[in-house]
Ligand binder design. Structure first.
Ligand SMILES: Nc1nc2c(ncn2[C@@H]2O[C@H](COP(=O)(O)OP(=O)(O)OP(=O)(O)O)[C@@H](O)[C@H]2O)c(=O)[nH]1
Length: 332
């Protein structure tokens, strides 16, 4: 299930349960003749229903739907206004479903801010109006709920981020993996088409990797691969992204980099790697195939294939070399 779908479901269920809870409150207050509270609950139920409808309307871009903040601000400020004006002791309990809703629907920071904006003035009023022990009990309960909800959401966000990082990172080198390469490259191609900026890529492989492995073992080639990854991270500039494809190949996406630029950076990488003294292995070289996005390159496979062919051409011409393969020229 995608995150957008997951959120659409959790938002709909949250708004649905909140509506049910608030409508029950409304009916109870109607039964006992507390008409002000009845109207307040009806207003709040209308807003939670609006939230559910908004969730349905924005189901395809749930992650960037700003309307939830407006709806929840309305709910929170409505309840706060009621707490200030109505002087009804039980009303502060109504904050509980709202706190949960704030955390389930909004990003953590917005949820905390909105909840504190509701709880702090409500707590002050409780202290003024209620006996100290009663006020303290209610406030402690509300703040306990706020802490538990924020810790839970923080934990969930953290776990989701770790799972995402694991899915796109090579555990050996810490660079991005092949799975993430196509996704990023497609985004960069679309960005380059939209903005007209140049986009270049480099496919890079360690020369004589099989021989290095025979001589120094699997651990030796893995060590070299790790150290080269660190080295490459130190050479490329912010905005460039590095991918490790198998135990001896790298791929670089270089946004805003024209042909002359990719030739410069490829040559710099080749030279610095050849000059470096690598732990365990000593000297090592790489072959680099570079290309720049051409007129017909709207998908990743074309660019990747051309970069690979250029790398194979560099290898054919002898180790420790770079080869540039031009794409169809872009006429503007
Ligand atoms: N993407 C990318 N391009 C680079 C990098 N280094 C050099 N280039 C390209 O090569 C060109 C010339 O780079 P340099 O020889 O370092 O000259 P520079 O004037 O210091 O380059 P700037 O980084 O643009 O200031 C740059 O304009 C870039 O297009 C790099 O690390 N990443």
């Amino acid at each position: 299930m995608t995150e957008t779908r997951l959120r659409t479901w959790t938002h709909t269920i949250s708004y649905g349960l909140a509506t049910l809870f608030i409508v029950t409150l409304a009916m109870q207050n109607l039964r006992y003749g507390f008409y002000e509270l009845f109207y307040l609950a009806i207003g709040m139920a209308a807003l939670t229903l609006a939230g559910a409808a908004y969730t349905f309307i924005c189901r395809r871009h749930q992650l960037s739907a700003p309307g939830h903040l407006i709806i929840l601000s309305g709910l929170n400020s409505g309840l706060l206004a009621a707490i200030i004006t109505l002087d009804s002791p039980g009303i502060s309990h109504w904050a509980m479903p709202l706190l949960v809703l704030n955390f389930l629907i909004l990003p953590l920071r917005q949820g905390v801010t909105l909840s504190l904006l509701l709880l702090v003035p409500a707590s002050v009023l409780l202290f003024i109006r209620e006996p100290a022990v009663d006020a303290l009990t209610i406030i402690a309960g509300l703040f306990l709920l706020l802490t538990a909800a924020s810790l839970y959401i923080w934990h969930y966000d953290h776990m989701a981020q770790s799972a995402e990082d694991l899915a796109i990172t090579d555990p050996l080198t810490g660079a991005h993996n092949a799975r993430f390469l196509d996704e990023t490259l497609q985004k960069e191609i679309s960005r380059a088409i939209a903005t007209g900026h140049a986009l270049s890529v480099i496919n890079l492989s360690i020369d004589y990797a099989a021989e290095v492995e025979d001589l120094h073992g699997k651990a030796g080639i893995q060590n070299l691969f790790q150290h080269m990854t660190e080295h490459l991270f130190g050479v490329i500039r912010a905005g460039d992204t590095l991918y490790t494809l198998n135990n001896s190949e790298f791929f670089l996406i270089l946004p805003f980099t024209p042909e002359e630029g990719v030739r410069v950076i490829a040559e710099r990488i080749r030279r610095t790697i050849a000059e470096h003294e690598w732990p365990d292995v000593g000297k090592a070289t790489v072959s680099l195939g570079c290309t720049t996005r051409g007129h017909g390159d709207t998908r990743t496979d074309g660019l990747r294939k051309r970069a690979r062919q250029a790398m194979e051409e560099a290898r054919r011409r002898g180790a420790d070399s770079t080869w540039f393969s031009p794409g169809e020229s872009i006429t503007t």
